[in-house]
Design a protein around this ligand. Structure first.
Ligand code: GTQ
Ligand code: FE2
Length: 313
């Protein structure tokens, strides 16, 4: 004799923290990625003027970093630029420093405006930060920033903090000396990619045959396990082939003007702007002038997991 009903069963599951896998509100498995994070663009002009105002209101005693997080406009998001990566504009006034610390998230930055007085100290060594330079601070390396120059220094940070939030191995420590004032300046470092070297590399690069990437070089940054860094040069009047990938791509404009259409939405950009092509969003670039783009992608992470898939549309 059967007296039990499905309704009774369901009613009894909840208090024991069971959910019937065959009767969920939303499926756990689905044929292709949901498009959760939105294609989006942030304007340097806006970020710069907000940081200028912040510079009059917030000092680096109060702020560990004077940064503006580029928060993806997806519903209910309060932080990441994409699922695994976050970008931010950061500024230091002449004479300021941002104290040293270390954390498990990997970080790097692309310098937008500075003079030769701007620097980052990485593991006790000072590295100059000039416009177009890329400076790495891999997981758990000590790092602080300083500006001994004449003009405010502006740059774009990229970190894998959303990934660390998801996986949970977050650790953070302030440096015991607060700021390493006596760090020696080094001319070359595995953590610095000077613009002069990047520019020379780009001038030697061939146009990529798939039509997607222009004249592209990959910065040699094996210490970053979760991110790959590309610079690409493009001739005005050209256009790339559509590209879609399970990797997340954050682009920053090193120079030039153009329009990128990401999954149907067109974003017109100029120097210093940042835009994101989240996972599985096809995108094409159209160059109004000669241009250089910096692309930070979590492709190594997808490769590590054998989950990198690429296509065109
Ligand atoms: O420069 O060390 O935008 O630790 C966010 C967290 C920059 C940095 C950010 C950071 C940094
Ligand atoms: Fe940091």
């Amino acid at each position: 004799m059967q007296t039990d009903s499905l309704e009774e069963l369901y009613a009894d599951l909840g208090p024991n923290a069971f959910v019937p896998g065959w009767n969920k509100e939303t499926p756990s498995l689905y044929p292709r990625p949901y498009k959760t994070f939105e294609p989006a663009l942030w304007r340097y002009r806006d970020g710069r003027s907000a940081l200028e105002r912040a510079g009059r209101l917030v000092d680096t005693e109060l702020a560990e970093r004077r940064n503006l997080i580029l928060t993806n406009p997806r519903k209910d998001n309060r932080y990441g630029t994409s699922a695994t990566l976050v970008a931010a504009y950061q500024m230091l006034l002449p004479g300021e420093h941002a104290r040293s610390h270390r954390h498990t998230p990997n970080a790097l930055r692309l310098i937008v405006e500075s003079d030769a007085g701007a620097y980052t100290t990485v593991d006790g060594k000072r590295i100059t930060m000039l416009p177009g330079d890329v400076v790495l601070t891999p997981s758990w390396s000590w790092h602080g920033h300083g500006n001994a120059g004449e003009i405010p220094a502006y740059w774009i940070d990229y970190l894998d903090v959303p990934l660390v939030h998801a996986l949970e191995p977050m650790f953070f420590e302030p440096h015991p000396d607060d700021f390493e004032t006596d760090a020696p300046l080094v001319a070359s470092s595995p953590w610095r990619f000077p613009w002069t070297a990047i520019e020379a590399g780009l001038s030697r690069a061939e146009v990529d045959r798939s039509g997607r990437f222009g004249r592209q070089i990959t910065l040699d940054a094996p210490a970053l396990r979760t991110m790959r860094l590309h610079m690409s040069a493009h001739a005005g009047g050209t256009e790339t082939q559509p590209y879609r990938t399970t990797a997340n791509n954050i682009y920053s404009v090193v120079s030039g003007n153009g329009t990128t259409t990401i999954d149907g939405t067109a974003f017109t950009w100029e120097r210093g702007d940042v835009f994101v092509a989240p996972a599985w969003r096809p995108h094409v670039h159209r160059f109004a002038s000669d241009a250089v783009l910096f692309r930070v992608t979590d492709e190594p992470l997808m490769e590590m997991l054998s989950m990198l898939r690429e296509g065109d549309r």
